[in-house]
Design a protein around this ligand. Structure first.
Ligand SMILES: [Zn+2]
Ligand SMILES: [Zn+2]
Length: 340
């Protein structure tokens, strides 16, 4: 990853150009940095023609419209879905946009928002109300994922929940579960700082997954039943095994984290207890819900912000900092307008 001057792209028909205010660093940006290309296409993308890099990363952002068209005016404060869609395939026709046969993402299949300007499809824009700051606006995208995770798990009012992994997504899932009516939300993470943030955000109890008898302790706190829904927000065999252990009979395990390796499933334990595994990828129509959760204050992202940096420091004080000091960080925000 390098920082350099490139010509800013011009909006085509159906696109809008934005001045980026804030862009958050996502775990998938780190994946590209350490092991890419993962989401960056390996051959020209059918909708954008981009592939194999170089590409500008960054897909969790807020900004201002600088070149409007009919619907959007200069100065409008917005955030954008990262989905690039064909609009024509059978899944798009059914409104199942995250299943589009030609699906691409801003910041992987087209230039993203670790830049002063970004050009995005008009259909991806959502306005930000005054009470949602630019920083909060950079969390709408991951929050939409958390909202969808709750929907996919079919969590109901009165359910008990366990979140495994208190990174940015886990801490958002915790808050959405509480606002959706979960009576108990347990959070597991080996990092003390993240457990503390989870506790301050309303977790019923927090645990280090390496301490003895976590499954038994959660059983004691749930009348022996264990939780209705577990959210695996890591993407590892170890985290999945914990998810199986902490769920009740007929519980649902929702896989939020991504594993690039196969995960073994203890079939007999799932079978005997009619447990379900579900997955969640991206979002479909969750942006308005995410914005309203921020607007109403039911989701607080301030405790998740552990760093604010300029674009020139993206690698050193952003990617490297997150890789080397996960004990100090949750989310680092980048301000591309703040040139040194
Ligand atoms: Zn992301
Ligand atoms: Zn499609």
């Amino acid at each position: 990853v390098r920082i350099e001057d490139i010509p800013s792209s011009q909006p085509q028909k159906g696109q809008v150009k934005l001045k980026v205010s804030v862009c958050g660093i996502c775990g998938s940006d780190i994946h590209e940095y350490q092991a890419g290309p993962v989401l960056i296409p390996r051959s020209p993308h059918p909708l954008t023609g981009r592939g194999t890099g170089p590409v500008v990363l960054g897909h969790e952002f807020s900004g201002k419209v600088i070149e409007g068209n009919g619907k959007w005016k200069e100065g409008d404060r917005v955030t954008a879905s990262a989905l690039i869609l064909c609009g024509e395939c059978p899944y798009c026709k059914k409104g199942q946009y995250n299943m589009c046969l030609k699906l691409g993402s801003v910041g992987f299949a087209s230039d993203g928002a670790f830049a002063e300007y970004v050009v995005v499809p008009e259909y991806s824009l959502h306005s930000l109300p005054d009470s949602v700051s630019d920083d909060m606006g950079a969390f709408v995208e991951p929050l939409a994922v958390a909202v969808r995770a709750i929907k996919r798990s079919r969590m109901e009012i009165g359910h008990s929940v366990c979140v495994i992994g208190a990174g940015p997504l886990g801490l958002l899932v915790l808050q959405v579960a509480l606002s959706a009516g979960a009576t108990q939300v347990f959070v597991l993470d080996p990092i003390e700082k993240r457990r503390e943030v989870a506790r301050n955000l309303g977790a019923t109890a927090v645990f280090d997954p390496h301490e003895d008898g976590v499954g038994r302790k959660i059983a004691e706190l749930t009348n022996g039943l264990r939780v209705d829904c577990a959210f695996e927000c890591v993407g590892s065999q170890e985290a999945f095994d914990i998810a199986v252990k902490v769920t009740a009979r007929r519980g649902v395990i929702c896989m939020v984290g991504v594993s690039l390796h196969p995960i073994q499933v203890p079939f007999y334990r799932l079978w005997g207890h009619e447990k379900e595994i579900t997955t969640i990828t991206g979002y479909v129509d969750e942006f308005p819900s995410a914005i309203s959760l921020l607007e109403s204050g039911r989701v607080d992202v301030n405790p998740l912000i552990t760093g604010r940096i300029s674009l020139d420091d993206l690698v050193e004080k952003g990617f490297e900092e997150l890789i080397n000091h996960p004990d100090k960080h949750v989310k680092i925000l980048v301000y591309p307008g703040d040139k040194k």
